[in-house]
Ligand binder design. Structure first.
Ligand code: CTP
Length: 143
């Protein structure tokens, strides 16, 4: 019996790598059904100021095909920024976030809002030494 029924996490997940996999495996260890919100291309260009290598639908399909992911859906900028909107859509029991957000004003507020809805936030560790940005840099050097 896992700690939660429905879990949710979201991110860009461009150039899918083992840091992403570690995160999703840790999420799935704690919930029966894992939903992944895939940030749309507009979020990547307008908010992260980056160019996605893989477009949103390709990123969604890769995530959706993973054994540890039960459903991957594209989410908007609004749903990425406001986790209550994401909760209204997916009705999860737990939100998984990177532990770099723990204790921030934004997440303290979200924790309070979630408490009223009966949802929790679990903070998971970031895998050091790998990221999409780092991969892009390395490829730039070698190609
Ligand atoms: N993540 C992680 N460990 C990594 C990279 C990402 O745990 N080494 C997690 C992030 O905390 C986030 C999810 O994976 O919850 C999606 O992260 P994303 O921003 O798409 O990945 P990055 O590789 O960090 O991308 P970028 O370098 O563009 O910021």
């Amino acid at each position: 019996m896992k700690k939660y029924k429905v879990g949710y996490t979201c991110g860009v997940f461009d150039l899918f790598h083992v840091g992403h996999l570690n995160l999703l495996e840790r999420c799935k260890e704690q919930c029966d059904y894992l939903i992944v919100g895939v940030c749309d291309d507009k979020y990547v260009t307008d908010i992260k100021h980056k160019e996605p290598v893989y477009g949103e639908e390709q990123r969604r399909r890769i995530l959706n095909a993973l054994k540890v992911v039960d459903k991957a859906e594209i989410v908007t900028i609004e749903e990425t920024d406001d986790k209550i909107l994401a909760w209204n859509k997916f009705k999860f029991d737990v939100l998984f976030s990177g532990d770099d957000w723990k204790g921030s004003e934004r997440y303290k507020k979200t924790e309070e809002q979630f408490e009223k809805l009966g949802a929790k936030i679990e903070y998971l560790p970031y895998t050091q030494g790998i990221s999409t940005s780092q991969i892009k840099k390395n490829l730039g050097k070698k190609s």
